[in-house]
Ligand binder design. Sequence first.
Ligand SMILES: [Fe+2]
Ligand SMILES: [Fe+2]
Length: 383
Amino acid sequence: MQITPLPVSPRAAAVHRGVERALNRVVRTRDRWLERAHLGGRRAKYDDEHYEFVGGARDALRKKHYDKSLRLLWKAEAAAPWSSFRDQTEAERQLSAMALRALTPDERSARERLRGADFRALLDRTYTPRQKQAIVAILSAIGNGEAYAWLVSASLLGEVQSTGGKAALTAQVLEEAKHFVVMRELVEAFGVPVPRQSAWEYVLFEGILRARGVQKLFGMNIVVETIALSIFGLLAELPGLEILRLFHLDESRHTALPENYLREFPLSRWQRRNPVQRLGRFVMALPTLPLIGLLEEDLAELGVDAFDFGGSVLRKVVRLSERAGFDLVAPGPILLRDLNALFNAYCKLTRKEHRFRDFMSADTTRDAESAAVERAVFGAGTA
Ligand SMILES: [Fe+2]
Ligand SMILES: [Fe+2]
């Protein structure tokens, strides 16, 4: 290739190089010393000498989370034609139109009914006002969690190490943003008043957002995401709520992130074992217990026992925590046994003819597709 170079002053170029080298020494030495003195230092944990973030490439994390997220990326326009989202590309839109033409006339009109006002009419026809209220109370509780999941994953972006780790978190930030905005429209479509965030959620989510470093991964990706995943698996089989299967699939990937990340960057023995951190995790998760009690009325309206739901969530939380290396206040089986005793004591107080039950072996993921996804995440016989 023929390129004609332009003349430059060799002297000016040498001065530039010299000034840059001197400044480079000054800023890097200053930041190194500040870091050693624990007074700050370079803000970006970026290793420009290797063109990599501190922590290395960690392509396995990138492939398992970022690449997979993009492969499974879903568009609200296709999955929720009743919503205001217009996020499909022209090619995707044409593909959807072709798929629509291939449907039988009955299937096509069923699909077209899912637009705007018709979707609301479907919800009105299918559910009683009290059932709609119960679904909205449960979904909006998760919607508030989505808002915090968005903020927590964005705040973790600066804290996780490696290019793969940051790519994984970036995918989660995008998905939580999508969950929050799509969930808002789904909740609004029910046309009933949306309750405010409960005090237990307030305390739970604020505590997680304030937690330090990877403790956030325990609070958000293990505790909150497992609650969300379980709610989606519970409701996805209901008419009009099929889109929750897509949320469920994303959340199942998010619940696997702590284990995958901490396999690359294991917690130190001190981080795992020290009583302050273990107690901190327990306190962080504690508001979920009264939250289960608060949701009892609405879950019962949908034919679900809140303590079966709670047991199913806690079993999964304990399993994910142990696999990621977050030691809890007591070994898993003992913790579950004690929590089961607590649930039974509460039910004995509040329910007529309550008989001792093992709530911890319950599973409330009713949707078959979601149950299959959970079996892959939690192992056979657990989901
Ligand atoms: Fe989410
Ligand atoms: Fe999530």
